[in-house]
Design a protein around this ligand. Structure first.
Ligand code: HEC
Ligand code: HEC
Ligand code: HEC
Ligand code: HEC
Ligand code: HEC
Length: 398
């Protein structure tokens, strides 16, 4: 699904070129400017939400991606998730269940990156620290940005690499742990930052346009930005990092922000069925309309990389779940051209807070005794056998 030939540099130019070029000297004499951690105000002021075109270098990633320095805080021996696990065990466990922990190890990603002509452009988000990269680009021959020169990276940490989007990617900046409160009870320096709770944190990786492209390649932040959720002040973290219960009420064993990032798909949409009559006569065509409403998704359904496809399948099924006619199938997908200008080809997805009406006609031809049956609507990720969720509505076969 992903283009095999990658455009020259990632939008804003910062993701690759900025972080790698002349990195050595840059790191030694001239550390990149730190984002001044914003103190938590009495009345929290929501940080501004820049437009999707301007968000790549969000406040948490002032130098773009990958980040040149980890900035290990004093008092911490090791920047990996393993290092945090001793004290933040349950957060590490839920992060391990997230796609973030699989951002480099995931089989689908490994396959896609093997096929990409400029893998270093992919690694910027999947491996957000320079130290996660065994090789570094030292030089792009002038006029030949397709032919980067590589050298061994002396700072490479295999342990950090396998963790992909690890704790440090969101929490370690300039020798401090960036947290939601900065309450000082921690054995490591803590700086409170409102930027950590802002969708711009997520946008650094969940929003991407290739240069001179007409359409964003990853547009999750853009979809959210254009939705009523932005105005309502409901951000990514509100849905994806809902608090998880803890055994006590204060300290590091208390309830904490969930880190699996998962949201129940069944929470995402409502399925309404419209029938002319609840009674269906065998041999006669009957019409049914499926109304999909986006009730709990803060962006399009599905969102993410182009080509990601959800199938809405519907059929009258018997008691054994066997369809009694050819099921209807509608694809929810956004397709973008795989080369410049990356124009939008089609978008049949359900927009945030939007509605889709899927109209179908079918005829039941199987010989079955008349009686009750179910009209079953299932939503699948086309790459998986198991439905993400389904709803069944009673009907009567005459
Ligand atoms: C030796 C134990 C220990 C280690 C190791 C440790 N922490 Fe902490 N951390 C704490 C304690 C205790 C607190 C205070 C209670 C709390 O807020 O959860 C804390 C607080 C935090 C907070 C919340 C800060 C705030 O806003 O108040 C964050 C974020 C955090 N730690 C991240 C990390 C990360 C990331 C790592 C690994 C790189 C790490 N910690 C390693 C003990 C530890
Ligand atoms: C440093 C980059 C980075 C940041 C910051 C980031 N993500 Fe991600 N996220 C990724 C990558 C890369 C993946 C894909 C991992 C994979 O499956 O290969 C991902 C996957 C996900 C997924 C699962 C997608 C799927 O298809 O399964 C969700 C949900 C998600 N991120 C939510 C968030 C939210 C919410 C935030 C902000 C709080 C956030 N992410 C911040 C890089 C990032
Ligand atoms: C994709 C970004 C991201 C990653 C990766 C990430 N966190 Fe967080 N973390 C956040 C955000 C955002 C918050 C604040 C959520 C909020 O308050 O809405 C947070 C909150 C926390 C807190 C404070 C919890 C609370 O509710 O008091 C701790 C502790 C913490 N993270 C530790 C970790 C550890 C340990 C890891 C690695 C296993 C990790 N985080 C990985 C984004 C991230
Ligand atoms: C109102 C709640 C809500 C908000 C706000 C929201 N999301 Fe989601 N998100 C969901 C739900 C529900 C799903 C599951 C739907 C699905 O399977 O695609 C989802 C799915 C995703 C996925 C795909 C996960 C997968 O398994 O394929 C990603 C990535 C994602 N969200 C990132 C974000 C980012 C980044 C933001 C902020 C810009 C955000 N979300 C804001 C509710 C929300
Ligand atoms: C701007 C940051 C960014 C860049 C650059 C990037 N990705 Fe991703 N990638 C993501 C995020 C975020 C997700 C998860 C959200 C989603 O499902 O779309 C993801 C998901 C994926 C997935 C799906 C993983 C799965 O298990 O379903 C594959 C495959 C992938 N990326 C491959 C690539 C390749 C190959 C490149 C380079 C050619 C690349 N990515 C460049 C951020 C990025």
């Amino acid at each position: 699904m992903l283009p095999l030939r990658w455009p020259l540099t990632i939008a804003a130019g910062v993701l690759i070129a900025g972080a790698w070029a002349g990195r050595k000297g840059h790191q030694a004499e001239d550390p990149p400017p730190a984002p001044e951690p914003t103190p938590v105000a009495q009345e929290p002021v929501a940080p501004p939400t820049p437009s999707p075109d301007a968000v790549h270098q969000g406040p948490m990633f002032p130098e773009g991606l990958p980040m040149a320095s980890i900035g290990l805080p004093e008092g911490l021996a090791n920047p990996t998730a393993q290092g945090c696990a001793a004290c933040h065990g349950s957060i590490v466990a839920s992060w391990k269940a997230s796609a973030h922990a699989q951002a480099w190890q995931g089989e689908r990603y490994r396959q896609a990156v093997r096929d990409a002509s400029q893998p270093e452009e992919c690694q910027a988000c999947h491996l957000p620290f320079a130290a996660q990269h065994p090789q570094r680009v030292i030089h792009h021959a002038e006029g030949l940005p397709d032919a980067p020169q590589h050298a061994t990276n002396p700072d490479w940490s295999p342990s950090l690499q396998r963790e992909g989007v690890t704790c440090a990617a969101c929490h370690l900046r300039q020798g401090q742990v960036v947290g939601p409160r900065g309450d000082g009870a921690a054995p490591h320096p803590v700086a409170a930052s409102a930027d950590l709770g802002s969708p711009t944190l997520c946008a650094a990786c969940h929003q991407l346009s290739w240069p001179e492209s007409e359409t964003a390649w990853y547009d999750t932040y853009g979809e959210w930005y254009r939705s009523p959720f932005r105005e309502a002040g409901v951000g990514c973290q509100d849905c994806h990092m809902a608090p998880q219960a803890g055994p006590v009420t204060t300290g590091r064993f208390a309830a904490h922000a969930g880190h699996a990032m998962a949201v129940e798909t069944s929470q995402a949409v409502s399925i309404l069925l419209e029938l002319d009559s609840p009674e269906i006569t065998r041999g006669a065509p009957f019409a049914f309309r499926i109304r999909l409403q986006s009730t709990g998704t803060g962006h399009a359904f599905p969102t993410g990389h182009p080509g990601k496809t959800y199938i809405v399948r519907a059929a009258v099924v018997d008691a054994a779940g066997e369809p009694m006619h050819d099921p209807s199938e509608d694809a929810l997908v956004r397709r973008v051209q795989e080369e410049p200008p990356f124009a939008l080809v089609e978008d049949t997805r359900l927009p945030a807070r939007g509605e889709l009406l899927l109209e179908h006609e079918a005829t039941i031809v199987v010989k079955k005794a008349p009686g009750p049956a179910l009209l079953r609507v299932s939503i699948f990720d086309e790459r998986q056998e198991q439905p993400l969720f389904e709803r069944s509505f009673p009907v009567t076969i005459l």
